[in-house]
Write a protein that binds this ligand. Structure first.
Ligand SMILES: Cc1ncc(COP(=O)(O)O)c(C=O)c1O
Length: 314
């Protein structure tokens, strides 16, 4: 599914504007399939041929602007599967952004009032699908399963190959990425722990959950994938990793003055599109870090762009 490797691009103008010369973007917005983003890497494993063999229908859940639902629906369309999405909120008026694309890909929507109702509704829809003779595959929210993590473990390996080839004299890399259901950061932790890389410092910028919760989820998921899929153990603590929740503002999907500024800056200084829910908040954290601490001579900074651009057009 994914167009790999995604490019690691220098952002000299943006770096200059932020007083940090060595700024790069790892463009996972360009994984390609159905407008790309981080979900493509995870679903490449979760929806790999052996997983969907004999399946007639995909069932998953998310918010009305879920990128994960968009990519799942596109996969179903490509492979001739039925797709049912349990979404909280919407549709009001004409659908836009990801909600528009989910419908374009032919997904059927089951709307619940709020996020807390999604899991129970997924269960009841599963029973309804089974009763109707379907063989459904339930894709957990965000595809943040141990299997989905493998997509980001291999992304970590890919990123390390790219930074090692830079030959810029830097010995440490600071990576900022958006984080929500935890699979992206868990996969990165797994990949870096397997490589025993202690020179890559990860900051997972929360879109919603408290940082301490997200820390636990990510480390646990990384270990779970190592033990149950790779039959090894890792020491997730060797990877410098920290979740940050000071960009959440008024909540999930609600822009803040800092995330708006980040969207403007990335647009004007780098021609990069950020989304209001995830990447603009991760970029705001990166900007705050660079303005507050700068970067040392031995460091470079990488913004992992996890996609989501349709959300800006919603
Ligand atoms: C564009 C974008 N960035 C980041 C994330 C967060 O990734 P994860 O759920 O793996 O933590 C998501 C997922 O919800 C997303 O859609």
């Amino acid at each position: 599914m994914a167009n790999l490797p995604t490019p690691l691009v220098p952002l000299p103008r943006l770096g200059h504007a932020l007083g940090a010369g060595r700024l790069w973007a790892k463009m996972d917005a360009e994984t390609g399939f159905a407008l790309g983003g981080n979900k493509v890497r995870k679903l490449e494993y979760v929806l790999a041929p052996p997983m969907v063999d004999g399946i007639t229908c995909l069932l998953t859940a998310g918010g009305p602007q879920s990128n994960h639902c968009r990519v799942t629906a596109a996969f179903a369309a490509r492979h001739g599967l039925r797709c049912v999405l349990v979404t909280n909120g919407g549709p009001e008026g004409d659908p836009t952004g990801n909600a528009l694309l989910q419908r374009l890909f032919g997904a059927e929507l089951v709307v619940v009032e709020n996020r807390s109702e999604r899991a129970a509704r997924m269960e009841s829809v599963t029973q309804e699908l089974l009763a109707a003779g379907e063989t459904p595959l339930v894709v957990p929210i965000g595809a943040s399963t141990p299997l989905g993590c493998l997509g980001y473990a291999s992304a970590a390996i890919e990123l390390c190959e790219q930074i090692d080839a830079l030959d810029d004299g830097c010995t440490e890399t600071i990576v900022f990425s958006a984080s929500s259901s935890g699979g992206t950061l868990a996969g990165l932790i797994l990949g870096l722990a397997l490589l025993e890389r202690t020179d890559v410092h990860l900051f997972g910028v929360s879109a919603d959950a408290p940082a301490d919760e997200l820390d636990v989820v990510c480390r646990r998921l990384a270990q779970d994938a190592a033990v149950n899929l790779l039959e090894t153990t890792i020491d997730p603590e060797i990877v410098p990793f920290k979740s940050i929740d000071d960009q959440v503002g008024d909540g999930y999907g609600v822009p803040t003055p800092e995330s708006r500024e980040a969207t403007e800056l990335f647009g004007r200084q780098a021609g990069i599109v950020l989304d209001p829910t995830y990447t603009s908040k991760a970029a705001a954290a990166l900007i705050a870090h660079l303005r507050g601490h700068g970067i040392h001579d031995h460091q470079r900074c990488v913004f992992l762009h996890t996609g989501g651009a349709p959300g800006l057009l919603a």
